[in-house]
Structure formats: structure tokens, C-alpha cells
Design a binder for this molecule. Structure first.
Ligand code: SAH
Length: 341
């Protein structure tokens, strides 16, 4: 089987080409061909030699993902895309500031968060860098649009597929290729501490979001198994380290679950936990899933919670809901598609 050309960062393509007798700058020509001019065929890159074309044709392929299903609502489209072995989900949100695409990094997820549908998907597979990047390229081509922002909040735990994630980020931001601004990308993690440190040390200007969802270990332990591996105190230290290294504001995601983490006391504890940190809290109305024992917090509770954080000087926004009517929550579309098969 031929290799996926989209799996290679510019540096890796340079290595491959140089070690096969070609020039380093040829990699830039190939990148510009596949990412800027979006050729479907190596033969259409007209500034490279015949020799290089045949080398590429023999060893690599340019193959976009196919769209298996597309669910549309007013401002949100949800796609099921097909890779060689499985299907992956991504969600396009048309925001006032541009097109935002939520992409996946794994098929299934090992993290097992109690409220999340993705953890229930069997068959965990790491997506390759190319499969991560191709979600953006495929949706751009399919919809004839430009993706302005990428949020890595789809299926999977990005830091559980760290090396492929970093290669994919490098390809997305590469000026010779897709050239998406690093500040336009956000990676969301459930809190794998060693990888938060590694990410901080990368000096890449990509935004970080933490799925916090609770103000204490006691509550977090009930929701997220990862919390038993990495406790709150260490997680906050990792966040401090990230901020000290990058000076970038971190998003704290907090799903509001009825009777679990939505009390006034929780709001006070959360304020205390985050006081003085360069963070903002994103309050997320819970999307209830088929199998879930959880219910979304009432509007009134969410407003109260918000007010308490505000009063305590914590930056907070309530996430705008999109795609609720089209199985917009993490893993829902793939789960319903797989059930039908
Ligand atoms: N594994 C990563 C990224 C994928 S989940 C992480 O944990 O951050 C992306 C976000 O969606 C997380 O904050 C997750 O907790 C949240 N999420 C999962 N299921 C949800 C649901 N049913 N309703 C609302 N948010 C959900």
C-alpha cells in the first residue's frame, strides 16, 4: 500500500527526499503543490522533475477522505468521514468570526469519562497526522470553504496520541502548506500532565484547553478516571507551568451537570482554585447522550454559577450551543452510525 503524503511534516518530507537523492527544496515544491494549489495528482505539480514525480507516484498517494454522512442544521454541519479502516467525526460551526472545525484525533477514546459518548466507542485507534490534517482539507474541499479555526475537541484524547498530534499541528501551521495561524488552533485535553509539560516546552503558539469539569478531586474522580492518575493539585501546577512558559491564557472547560457540579458551593470552590491564574472558564451546557445518567444543569443554575465566578473576578463565558439537534456532542454521530451498520 502507498503511504499517505499528508502524514509527513515538511521536515520529514525533506528527509525522505534528500535520502532518495532529491533536493531539500523539492519538499517545499511538493508542499505548495498539495496544500496551496491542492493538486489531486503529483503529475500536476509542474515545477518538479519527471524523476521526482515517478518517485512520488510509486511511494505516495494524494487521497482525501470520503464523506459518509453529513447532517446539517442552521449554523452547524456534522460530518462522518471515512479513512482506510474506520470512520471519524468532525463538526463545522459557522461562527460570526469565521468557520470553526472541531476535529478528532482517535477513533474511540481510552479516557472513559462518565458523561462522554466517545469513551463508549469500541476500537481505539490513533489517527495518523495525515488523517488529522485531512479532516480540515476534506471539509474545505467538500464545502468549498476556508476553515479559519480548528478546535481539537472531537473524538479522542489528543495527548494520548501525542506524536501524531504534534506532527499534524506542524503541518497545519506550516507557512509552505495550509498556513493556519497557530493562535487559531485549540487543543483540548482531559489533563495528561506529562504531555501538558511537553506541550509547554514546545513553544508553539497553539491554545490549550483543559477539561476540568469539577472544582475538587472528590467530584472529578467520579466523572473522569484520569483524575485518579493526576490529581487536581498537580494539574494546577502543570497549568501554572504552561502559563509561565507560554504566557498564554488557558481555557478551563466545565460541563454543567445537574446536581453534580453545579452548586453555589462548587462555584465558590472553583473560584478559589482558579483565582489569580491566567485562565478563563467556559461553562458548557451538557448535551445529554443516549446512555447517560446525567442531566444538564438548569439555566437558572448556570446563570447563578456564572455570576458567582464573575463576582469573584474569574473570567467566564457560557458556551454557545450549536448542533444539539444533529447529535453535535462528542461521539454521538459515529455511535448512531455504527449502531445502524
Ligand atoms: N479528550 C479531550 C478532547 C475531546 S472532548 C478532552 O477531554 O478535552 C472535548 C470536550 O467535550 C471535553 O471538554 C469533553 O469533556 C466535552 N464533552 C464530552 N461529552 C460531552 C457532552 N455530552 N456534552 C457536552 N460536552 C461534552
Amino acid at each position: 500500500m502507498k503511504n499517505n503524503i499528508f502524514d509527513l511534516t515538511l521536515e520529514k518530507l525533506e528527509e525522505v527526499l534528500v535520502s532518495n537523492g532529491f533536493k531539500k527544496f523539492n519538499a517545499t515544491q511538493v508542499f505548495e503543490g498539495i496544500y496551496k494549489r491542492k493538486v489531486d495528482n503529483f503529475d500536476d505539480i509542474n515545477n518538479i522533475s519527471k524523476n521526482l514525480k515517478s518517485f512520488l507516484n510509486e511511494n505516495y498517494e494524494i487521497k482525501y477522505l470520503s464523506v459518509l454522512e453529513c447532517l446539517k442544521s442552521k449554523d452547524t454541519n456534522k460530518y462522518l468521514l471515512e479513512t482506510n479502516e474506520s470512520s471519524i467525526e468532525c463538526v463545522l460551526m459557522k461562527q460570526y468570526y469565521g468557520n470553526s472545525l472541531c476535529i478528532s484525533t482517535q477513533v474511540g477514546c481510552n479516557m472513559g469519562c462518565a458523561f462522554c459518548e466517545s469513551g463508549k466507542l469500541k476500537c481505539v485507534k490513533n489517527l495518523t497526522p495525515g488523517e488529522i490534517v485531512l479532516q480540515v482539507l476534506t471539509i474545505e474541499k467538500y464545502g468549498n470553504i476556508r476553515i479559519d479555526n480548528v478546535v481539537i475537541m472531537g473524538i479522542g484524547e489528543p495527548f494520548d496520541n501525542y506524536d501524531n498530534l504534534i506532527d499534524a499541528l506542524n503541518i497545519l501551521v506550516c507557512p509552505k502548506g495550509i498556513d493556519l495561524g497557530s493562535r487559531k488552533i485549540t487543543v483540548s485535553t482531559c489533563g495528561i500532565i506529562p504531555k501538558i509539560h511537553a506541550f509547554a516546552d514546545l513553544h508553539i503558539q497553539v491554545n490549550l484547553a483543559i477539561s476540568l469539569h469539577a472544582p475538587t478531586d472528590k467530584i472529578r474522580n467520579k466523572l473522569m478516571p484520569i483524575s485518579k492518575v493526576y490529581n487536581m493539585n498537580d494539574l494546577m501546577k502543570a497549568v501554572d507551568y504552561y502559563i509561565s512558559k507560554t504566557n498564554r491564557r488557558v481555557t478551563m472547560e466545565y460541563i454543567m451537570l445537574d446536581g453534580i457540579n453545579d452548586s453555589e458551593e462548587c462555584a465558590q470552590l472553583l473560584s478559589k482554585l482558579l483565582k489569580g491564574k491566567l485562565v478563563y472558564v467556559n461553562l458548557i451546557p451538557y448535551n445529554s447522550t443516549s446512555s447517560s445518567e446525567f442531566k444538564r444543569a438548569s439555566k437558572n443554575k448556570i446563570e447563578k454559577f456564572y455570576d458567582i465566578l464573575k463576582k469573584n473576578g474569574i473570567n467566564v463565558v457560557t458556551r454557545k450551543e450549536m448542533g444539539k439537534d444533529i447529535k453535535g456532542a462528542c461521539g454521538q454521530l459515529k455511535a448512531s452510525y455504527d449502531n445502524k451498520q
